[in-house]
Design a protein around this ligand. Structure first.
Ligand SMILES: Nc1ncnc2c1ncn2[C@@H]1O[C@H](COP(=O)(O)O)[C@@H](OP(=O)(O)O)[C@H]1O
Ligand SMILES: [Mg+2]
Ligand SMILES: [Mg+2]
Ligand SMILES: [Mg+2]
Length: 351
């Protein structure tokens, strides 16, 4: 089955959401940042991106029944004091839509925006089609002026069939350890993948796309690895122990968000290690788009036990310990290093 029209709609939605986010990141005001009930940050751009993606998918695919599993909801915006924030979000969306000019419509109201945000409340699951959206993945990176991604995927009967990653701060050229990338001079990258069709990358301002592939290295000594910038999101000591056992020599490349999956899909590094602290439950929107972008580029994404990620279980992933990503040749060696490091860390619980 081809998902051509869905992929076209997803690229349009993620690109417009990226424009909105870029506008906010350039003029970021502290008043645009709020804390959610779990104390994680959320900004007007997270809400604006979610509403815009929902709105664009509805416009581009008017005949499809619409179900979306997305990170944000409108509860905080509906509370006393949320009105001013909602007005900012509504203005951002209307400005983005009117400068794009694709749709002939009257401006959206605050109520339209709340409804669009709440269209992401689906539970997903094994049957039917569900869009899966992280409107800004890496909000902490976004606030620091670093990497973030708009991550949109489509689940069909429990499987990820397409994924789009808009990474506004990721340069088109390979990234490595040393460079600090300036925000001014880049258009950013759009990665997209459809099941069976490979992974492609283009610039966010619409250049021709090129097909990308994961690194083909079989030698861990030549492989560099990605991990979260935030130590609170992934155990850096454990990754370092895995990398040492594997024989990786380069220091970790720490960047926020699913930009790691995008960078990996074009061979910037060969490995991604993610080991959250005990008790954390991974959400499907943090991995669905990244997972297909890497696997269609020839990579493998599994949990720490070597099992493929199962996106059919609802809003959460049900996993063994952590997530690891690499190419097919390195995966057996990586799985062994992970097993060894994990059994050592259980013997030495401070890791
Ligand atoms: N304690 C924790 N452990 C692991 N992941 C966490 C976490 N707290 C938040 N996250 C997730 O980590 C994501 C960012 O990934 P990364 O660490 O690769 O930059 C966040 O996405 P959001 O920024 O969309 O909330 C959030 O879902
Ligand atoms: Mg968040
Ligand atoms: Mg996220
Ligand atoms: Mg998010």
């Amino acid at each position: 089955m081809s998902y051509e029209k869905e992929l076209k709609a997803a690229k349009k939605a993620a690109s417009l959401a990226a424009q909105l986010c870029q506008k906010v990141q350039k003029a970021l005001l502290q008043s645009d940042v709020h804390s959610k009930s779990d104390k994680s940050p959320v900004t007007v751009a997270d809400y604006g991106s979610q509403a815009l993606v929902s709105f664009v998918l509805g416009k581009e695919l008017p005949t499809d029944s619409f179900s979306m599993v997305a990170e944000e909801d409108s509860a905080d915006l509906r509370e006393d004091g949320g009105q001013e924030t909602l007005e900012r979000i509504t203005k951002l969306i209307n400005d983005t839509l009117s400068s794009d000019g694709s749709y002939d419509l009257s401006p959206l109201s605050g109520e339209d925006v709340l409804t669009a945000i709440d269209s992401g409340k689906s539970e997903g699951g094994p049957s039917g089609r569900h869009w899966v959206l992280d409107p800004i993945d890496g909000t902490k990176g976004f606030l620091r002026g670093d990497q973030y991604a708009i991550a949109l995927a489509l689940l069909d009967e429990g499987k990820v069939v397409l994924g789009v990653l808009a990474c506004p701060n990721l340069p088109l050229q390979p990234i490595g350890n040393s460079e600090k990338h300036s925000l001014q001079c880049q258009a950013g990258c759009l990665f997209f993948a459809e099941v069976g069709g490979g992974t492609h990358m283009q610039s966010l301002d619409g250049s021709l796309s090129t097909k990308v592939h994961v690194s083909s290295t079989e030698n861990p000594a030549e492989a560099s690895f990605f991990e979260s910038y935030e130590a609170a999101h992934s155990l850096h000591d454990l990754s370092s122990s895995i990398a040492t056992k594997l024989g990786v020599q380069a220091p970790p490349v720490r960047i926020d968000s699913q930009a790691k999956y995008g960078a990996l899909s074009r061979g910037d590094g060969a490995i991604y290690l993610r080991f959250p602290h005990k008790g954390y439950r991974e959400k499907i929107w943090d991995h669905a788009a990244g997972c297909i972008v890497v696997s269609e580029a020839g990579g493998v994404v599994t949990d720490a036990g070597g099992n493929p990620l199962d996106f059919s279980k609802g809003r959460f992933l049900d996993l063994d310990t952590g997530i690891i990503v690499t190419n097919k040749k390195l995966m057996p060696l990586l799985l062994k290093a992970v097993r060894d490091a994990l059994s050592e860390s259980q013997a030495t619980p401070s890791l």
